[in-house]
Design a protein around this ligand. Sequence first.
Ligand code: FAD
Ligand code: NAP
Length: 336
Amino acid sequence: MELVPNFSLLPYNTFGLDQKAKAFYSVNDENELLALLSKIKDNIYVLGGGSNILLTKDVDGIVLHNNIQGITILEQMNGSTLVEVSGGVNWHEFVLFTLSKNLGGLENLSLIPGTVGAAPIQNIGAYGVEQQDNFVYLEYVDLETLKKYRCYKADCGFGYRESVFKHALRQKTFITKVAYNLTETDHVLHTEYGAIDQVLKEKNIDNPTIKDVSNAVISIRQSKLPNPNEIGNAGSFFKNPVISQNQFEDLQTLYPMMPFYPLNESNVKIPAGWLIETAGLKGYRQGNVGVHNRQALVLVHFGNAKGKDVLDLANHVIDSVFKKFQIELHPEVNIW
Ligand code: FAD
Ligand code: NAP
């Protein structure tokens, strides 16, 4: 069991930034993790696929990469199936596994990069579905006490791109496995969000299966989102802001074309991509980083930049949007 010192994280973050970790270790099972933790006294940073982090400097600590593999079908009862997945499994490969078993629930979350262990951290979501909709429990090792815990949904504090693991338990856990309850029959499909219905219609699919919905999501994502293998990015850099009904009404008078999604009687979600685009920043380039020219919510790295350059650009976007709309954008990406 050897820690690799002075390790470049270049292949381990989708922004493609070349920052180093003091030491690195790829964890293959839970016993290995516990043995390692009992010896380490440094700061610990847990890493999955590196698709939701921005490395702004070298990491002053030990990076533990989650590579724990395995999917187990635990229980099949009353038309649903409980599946337990190890944290290092690639999320999209897990979704493909569920589709191959005709298990419904995760089809809208197809092609999201990263690992299963990271999915609960920001309660990943897309096209009207969040991982919490099928989530049952997760297991984690407390990085300080080395104790193992099982955390059920009610204790995870899931919200819009939120969980307790981004707050009270931030950087305190290593999530080893997650369990989801999926439907075997009578799948309830969510096709009304984004262009899913339109894509299904174009393909003349009247009675879609979960595989059809997954394929539609995959094709929409491939046509809209920059591929991190081609250009560095971490998906949406900012969360969609939620503003008060009063502020919304004032803004709507000024910008009648502003898209909006009411969350309840007093709060409205505004797409951050529209705010950034309307602030004139879609396609904006600052040195070797920029705002993507098709999806303004995504910041991109053209090569040879530092994480600090991305952070400076993010701050410029935040300032510009605030000046124009008095709305504060908050990063969704974890800044290291
Ligand atoms: P990492 O980036 O490795 O880590 C993210 C955070 O979680 C870090 O703080 C890390 O310390 C912590 N962490 C990771 N694994 C563990 C663990 N096992 N235990 C404890 N802490 C851990 N997100 C969405 O919600 N919806 C989308 O549609 C979406 N689309 C994307 C598209 C693109 C092109 C990209 C690049 C990203 C997208 N994302 C999306 C963001 C990202 O894919 C998700 O947040 C994903 O869950 C991150 O997984 P990861 O393994 O890469 O996490
Ligand atoms: P889109 O369909 O162009 O929509 C723009 C924004 O409007 C989205 O962010 C979405 O909010 C919101 N929206 C659209 N239809 C909605 C509805 N019926 N009800 C409520 N809100 C609605 O978005 P996109 O950029 O192509 O992304 C499609 C989906 O993939 C979105 O759900 C998005 O969150 C997800 N995605 C996430 C990331 C990431 O890194 N987090 C990256 C790419 C895509 P929500 O974001 O709240 O859904």
